[in-house]
Design a protein around this ligand. Structure first.
Ligand SMILES: NC(=O)c1ccc[n+]([C@@H]2O[C@H](COP(=O)([O-])OP(=O)(O)OC[C@H]3O[C@@H](n4cnc5c(N)ncnc54)[C@H](OP(=O)(O)O)[C@@H]3O)[C@@H](O)[C@H]2O)c1
Length: 298
């Protein structure tokens, strides 16, 4: 199988896991990070503790910015630091590489296409639970890591080649035809989960019992916006998925709030409201929750 040279911007929970898996499978991996993190990664590599892959350490290269062309650059920072972090990936150095953002949300692909060539941007959706405990130490808590690669403007053979490399590293990877549907499917599931668990500081089990009406209303609003954006999703299926989750499940936005970290509220709640506004879809529950979270200082 072809080996790739992959840059990973933001070797945190998601980026660090992919960096370590790709390196372990024989690919060349260059992590792009702040100086202190880059120094640590160069010295220690990335250690992963995983329910799926066991415990292992993989060496990686690390730098504070991209200095040579690569095959693909995975963008694995949070929305809150995206603009600052992208200065580490100069368009002129990147060459023809695929740019593969893993971020939740629906607005970042347009921002990346404005900065790089549209044809090289291939947004991905990642399903995983993975946490960076310290620089270079990743805890992969889910027994899966799944990536859906999309990219309406990217060449399909290039997506297939990267998907093969990710699959070869142990990441369950699919190439999906329709970027809007891929991104909105994740958003439709995530937005109600994130907004409600964070607003009330409760795990999903209590949201779906104590705040059932609000959950159902929010799912209806979100699926209506998704449909208006060209990505039909089924509210009954979304509710069934919440009901199947373990009751103690928390959203990552909620965990960020508990830890006092900045929230991806604008990329998820804000983007939902902007899309609703563009398409004239009423979203009173989403609007109130976003307002209340912002009023609480998030
Ligand atoms: N973690 C998950 O399980 C998961 C699952 C699905 C989707 N997602 C989505 O994936 C995206 C990434 O989340 P994550 O959980 O992987 O984030 P994370 O663990 O917080 O990692 C982000 C990384 O970005 C680095 N960073 C921050 N500012 C930077 C800058 N200016 N330059 C370079 N690096 C910078 C941080 O390193 P330093 O602090 O050392 O700089 C950190 O390593 C988010 O949109 C999230 O919603 C995450």
């Amino acid at each position: 199988m072809t080996k790739h040279t992959v840059a990973i911007l933001g070797p945190g929970g998601t980026g660090g896991l992919l960096a370590a898996l790709l390196s372990r499978a024989g690919n060349r991996v260059v992590c792009l990070a702040r100086q202190a993190t880059a120094d640590t990664l160069r010295d220690t590599g990335i250690r992963v503790r995983s329910r799926r892959f066991g415990e292992f350490t993989a060496p990686v290269e690390a730098d504070t910015e991209l200095r040579e062309p690569v095959d693909a650059c995975v963008i694995a920072v949070k929305h809150t630091t995206l603009d600052a972090a992208l200065t580490r990936v100069p368009s002129a150095v990147l060459g023809d590489a695929l740019v593969v953002p893993l971020l939740n949300g629906v607005e970042h692909p347009a921002a990346l296409r404005a900065r790089y060539r549209p044809g090289q941007v291939a947004p991905a959706v990642i399903r995983v639970e993975s946490t960076r405990l310290t620089p270079g130490l990743i805890e992969h808590g889910s027994d899966f890591v799944e990536v859906d690669l999309t990219g309406d403007t990217a060449a399909r053979p290039r997506l297939e080649a990267l998907a093969a490399t990710l699959s070869g590293a142990g990441v369950t990877t699919r190439v999906l035809e329709d970027e809007t549907t891929a991104l909105w499917s994740k958003m439709s599931f995530l937005a109600p989960f994130a907004l409600l668990t964070t607003r009330y500081g409760l795990p999903l089990g209590e949201i779906r019992t104590r705040h059932r009406e609000e959950l159902e209303a929010l799912v209806a609003e979100t699926t209506a916006v998704s449909r208006a954006c060209g990505a039909p999703t089924d509210p009954a299926r979304a509710l069934a998925r919440y009901d199947a989750f373990p009751p103690a499940a928390k959203s990552s936005m909620q965990r960020d709030a508990e830890a006092g970290r900045p929230l991806e509220l604008d990329a998820i709640g804000g983007a939902l409201l902007r899309a609703a506004d563009r398409h004239g879809v009423p979203v009173p529950v989403a609007a109130r929750l976003v307002r209340e979270l912002r009023a609480a200082g998030h």
